[in-house]
Write a protein that binds this ligand. Structure first.
Ligand SMILES: *[C@@H]1O[C@H](CO)[C@@H](O)[C@H](O)[C@H]1NC(C)=O
Length: 428
C-alpha cells in the first residue's frame, strides 16, 4: 500500500518533469517565419512580392533550398497571422483567403513538403487572432482536425483576445485535441508572454507538458534596441526560466531579424551569438532573396549552428558583465572526461568608438575548471572558423577585443594531454 503510493508519486513526478512527448523539437527548431518582416501585408496588388500569400511562401521555400539554408538545418516554413478569410465556412471550418491562397493550404503544404521542408501555420487561442481574423475559441476540435487535414507540421498559437487567467486550460485542451488527430504537430505556445504582461508567473511545469516551445516575452522588432531588451528579459529572469528549457520544450525569444533593415553586421553577430547561447529556436524572418552575403554567411555558420543545436539542449546564461561587456556561457558537448566544453560569447553593450579589449582569467572570470588534470583549453573562434584554435593553460587569461554593439564568440574545449598535436602557436 505504502509502496504503491510512493510508486504513484514517483510516476506522477516523472510525468511532470519529463515534458511533452510527441517526439518533436528535440533540438531548437530552425526555419523561416513571416511575421517580423511581412506583418499583415494583405494588399497583393500594391505589394505583390510582400503580401501574405501562397506566392510569398513558395518563394521563401525555394530560397531556403537554393540559398543553402535547408542544408544547414532551417527546415520550417511558417505562416504567421493574416492568412484566413474573415469568416469561417458554413461548417465552421477555417478557410485560407481564396485570393491570396488560390489553391488552398493543403496545396501549399504539399509544395513545401515536396522541397523537403516542413509546413507551419498560425492560430490564436482566443476569439480572434491578434490582427482580427477568426480565433479558435469554441472551434478547438474542428480546427485541430483542419490542421491535421492540411498536413501542418508546426502550429503557433497566439494569445490575443483571450482571458490570461483561463488561457492555460484552453492551451492544454487544444494540445490534447491535436494529439488525438494522430498527426505530430510541433506546438508553439504564447501564454507566458501574455501572463507576464499581466503580472502572472507562468506555470512552467504545465508549459513543458503541453508545448514544444513558447514565447516568453514581447514581439521582436527591427532594431538592435529590441534585441537588447529581449536579451535583458532573458538575463534578468534566467534563474526562473533557464531550468525549463531543454530537448522537446524550449524558451523562445522570438525570430532572428538578421538580413533586414535594422541591424549592422556587428549587431547581427550579437543577436546570433545570444540566441545560440540561449538554445533559442532559429526562425528567420527576413526576405531571403535580399540577405547580404556576409549576413547569409553568419546564418549558415555551421559551427555556430552546431552550438545552437547541441544535443544536451542546455540553455546558457549571462555569467557576468565586465565594463559593459556581457559574458554569456553555455555548456555543450563534447564532454571530455569530467569537463564540459563551453560556448562563450562576449557581447558588447558599449557604443563608444573603438573596439574594446577585455582580459579575463579562465578560472576566476570565466569559471572554467582548473582541476589538477586539466592541462588547459583549446579556444576556437566561432565567427572566424578558418583560424586555428589557440591553446591556453587553465591558469591563463584570455584577451578579446569586441566592436561597439557587437559580439565575439568562442568555444573552449578542455584538454587533458600534455602534447597538443598540430598546434604550435601555444600561448599562456
Ligand atoms: C500523443 O501523446 C502520447 C502520450 O504523450 C504520445 O506518445 C504520442 O506520440 C502523441 N501523439 C501525437 C500525434 O502527438
Amino acid at each position: 500500500m505504502k509502496y504503491g503510493l510512493i510508486l504513484l508519486t514517483v510516476l506522477a513526478f516523472e510525468q511532470l518533469t519529463s515534458g511533452l512527448e510527441n517526439g518533436l523539437a528535440r533540438k531548437p527548431p530552425m526555419g523561416w517565419m513571416s511575421w517580423e518582416r511581412y506583418r499583415c501585408i494583405t494588399d497583393c496588388r500594391k505589394y505583390p512580392d510582400e503580401c501574405i500569400s501562397e506566392r510569398l511562401f513558395k518563394r521563401m521555400a525555394d530560397l531556403l533550398v537554393s540559398e543553402g539554408y535547408l542544408a544547414a538545418g532551417y527546415n520550417y516554413v511558417n505562416i504567421d497571422d493574416c492568412w484566413s478569410t474573415m469568416e469561417r465556412d458554413s461548417e465552421g471550418r477555417l478557410v485560407a483567403d481564396p485570393e491570396r491562397f488560390p489553391n488552398g493550404m493543403k496545396h501549399l503544404a504539399d509544395y513545401i513538403h515536396s522541397k523537403g521542408l516542413q509546413f507551419g501555420l498560425y492560430q490564436d487561442i482566443g476569439t480572434k487572432t491578434c490582427a482580427g481574423y477568426p480565433g479558435m475559441k469554441d472551434y478547438f476540435e474542428i480546427d485541430a482536425q483542419t490542421l491535421a487535414d492540411w498536413d501542418v507540421d508546426f502550429i503557433k498559437i497566439d494569445g490575443c483576445y483571450a482571458d490570461e487567467t483561463k488561457m492555460v486550460e484552453d492551451y492544454v485542451l487544444f494540445g490534447e485535441l491535436m494529439n488525438r488527430t494522430g498527426r505530430p504537430m510541433l506546438y508553439s505556445c504564447s501564454w507566458p508572454v501574455y501572463q507576464e504582461y499581466k503580472g502572472i508567473i507562468p506555470d512552467y511545469e504545465i508549459l513543458k507538458q503541453t508545448c514544444n516551445m513558447w514565447r516568453n516575452w514581447g514581439d521582436i522588432e527591427d532594431s538592435h534596441s529590441s534585441v537588447e531588451s529581449i536579451t535583458k528579459y532573458f538575463s534578468d529572469n534566467q534563474k526562473r526560466i533557464q531550468p525549463h528549457s531543454g530537448p522537446g520544450h524550449w524558451n523562445d525569444p522570438d525570430t532572428l531579424i538578421l538580413g533586414n533593415y535594422g541591424l549592422s553586421y556587428d549587431q547581427s553577430k550579437s543577436q546570433l551569438a545570444v540566441w545560440t547561447v540561449l538554445a533559442a529556436p532559429l526562425l528567420l524572418s527576413n526576405d531571403l532573396a535580399s540577405v547580404k552575403p556576409e549576413i547569409r554567411e553568419l546564418l549558415l555558420n555551421r559551427e555556430i549552428i552546431a552550438v545552437n543545436q547541441d544535443p544536451l539542449g542546455i540553455q546558457g546564461q549571462l555569467l557576468k558583465t565586465v565594463n559593459r561587456i556581457e559574458i554569456w556561457k553555455r555548456p555543450i558537448l563534447p564532454k571530455v572526461k569530467h569537463e564540459m566544453t563551453h560556448a562563450i560569447a562576449f557581447v558588447s553593450r558599449r557604443a563608444d568608438g573603438a573596439p574594446y579589449a577585455i582580459r579575463v582569467k579562465l578560472f576566476e572570470d570565466l569559471e572554467l575548471s582548473n582541476a589538477s588534470d586539466v592541462k588547459g583549453y583549446l579556444v576556437y573562434d566561432l565567427f572566424n572558423t578558418a583560424l586555428k584554435p589557440i591553446f591556453l593553460r587553465a591558469d591563463a587569461s584570455f584577451e578579446t577585443r569586441i566592436n561597439p554593439t557587437g559580439a565575439n564568440f568562442y568555444r573552449f574545449v578542455p584538454q587533458f594531454d600534455n602534447i597538443i598535436r598540430g598546434f604550435n602557436d601555444l600561448r599562456s
